[in-house]
Write a protein that binds this ligand. Structure first.
Ligand code: SIN
Length: 303
């Protein structure tokens, strides 16, 4: 029998499959359709200090081989996440979860992490410095090595849990940003967030999204993700959580060969709510096909 276990920053996962933040709510919504305890873990909806309504609609647009979103970090704010969302998640998911945190200043990130830190179910923080859909935050940190380092350093001071920094592909050299985070104590790197894109409606002759541009995700971005994971694996010693266009067990194996220890599944959940379940069920068969006994043995195997 094949072994699908992996170890992410000292925490063992039954398998490397993690639904990506923003595509799986707070988990309990999906627990209505299947037992989500089969997942390796899940990264819950990006959480900010204050509640956010998000960007004006339309904020989703389908494209060939992918989709654009400009959600704008809609969430109820950290206090309500703690009082209303996490208890519902805890009732149906019995494993450590990844807390995805966004902010508009270093102080915001610190505030939200400090508040969430006492939640026992949180196994890792995923610090999102790569949201392309808000002004004055997110991406402003993820496109500068100096700013990325400052957020990492500040967050590391207020938690002992592993801190994984979520990076943007919208940069010239992602390895510089990854190295800056590692130097300030990041325990892991997750990549890639969405690629900035735009769609224009030929009838209105205007951008489809109210915010004009948005983050492009889905199968079309997988080769970009594989390339960036491969580059970052060569540049840092800390583990990588890979994501970008993953929809099958074969995709998971490809990202792991590039260097990912665990793999997030994003847009695929919006096309097929059972995407993660299907991947987890298919993984042993695909491992057998490619003669892989221990999944963790293939991490970075393409190098
Ligand atoms: C959003 O809420 O706009 C998406 C989050 C992200 O891309 O980081």
């Amino acid at each position: 029998m094949v072994n699908t276990k992996v170890n992410l920053c000292g925490v063992e996962l039954d398998n490397p499959i993690i639904p990506a933040s923003g595509t799986f709510g707070f988990g309990y919504e999906f627990a209505l359709t299947y037992d989500i305890n089969i997942l390796g873990s899940l990264s819950f909806k990006g959480t900010t200090k204050d509640p956010r309504f998000g960007n004006p609609t339309p904020r989703i647009a389908e494209c060939k081989s992918g989709m654009l979103n400009s959600v704008g970090l809609q969430n109820p704010g950290v206090d309500k996440v703690i009082s209303e969302e996490l208890p519902k998640l805890k009732a149906c998911f019995k494993k450590p979860v990844m807390a995805n945190v966004s902010g508009f200043s270093v102080e915001d990130y610190v505030y939200t992490v400090e508040k969430l830190d006492s939640e026992s179910q949180i196994g890792w923080f995923e610090i999102n410095i790569s949201c392309p859909n808000v002004h004055g935050g997110g991406l402003a940190f993820g496109t500068s090595a100096e700013n990325a380092a400052a957020v990492t350093k500040a967050v590391k001071r207020v938690t002992k849990k592993p801190v994984i920094i979520k990076l943007s592909p919208n940069v010239t050299d992602i390895t510089e940003i990854a190295k800056a985070c590692e130097a300030e104590g990041a325990d892991g790197i997750s990549l890639i967030n969405t690629l900035l894109g735009m769609k224009i409606d030929l009838k209105t002759k205007k951008p489809v999204l109210a915010n004009k541009a948005g983050g492009f995700s889905g199968p079309a971005i997988k080769p970009v993700a594989v390339r960036m994971i491969y580059q970052v694996y060569d540049a840092v010693e800390i583990p990588i959580v890979g994501m970008g266009g993953v929809a099958t067990a074969e995709d998971v194996i490809e990202l792991m060969l590039a260097g990912a220890t665990a793999v997030e599944v994003g847009a695929a959940n919006l096309v097929e709510p059972f995407a993660c379940k299907n991947i987890i069920e298919n993984l042993p068969r695909v491992m057998e096909k490619y003669k892989i006994n221990n999944l963790s043995d293939i991490i970075g195997g393409a190098h």
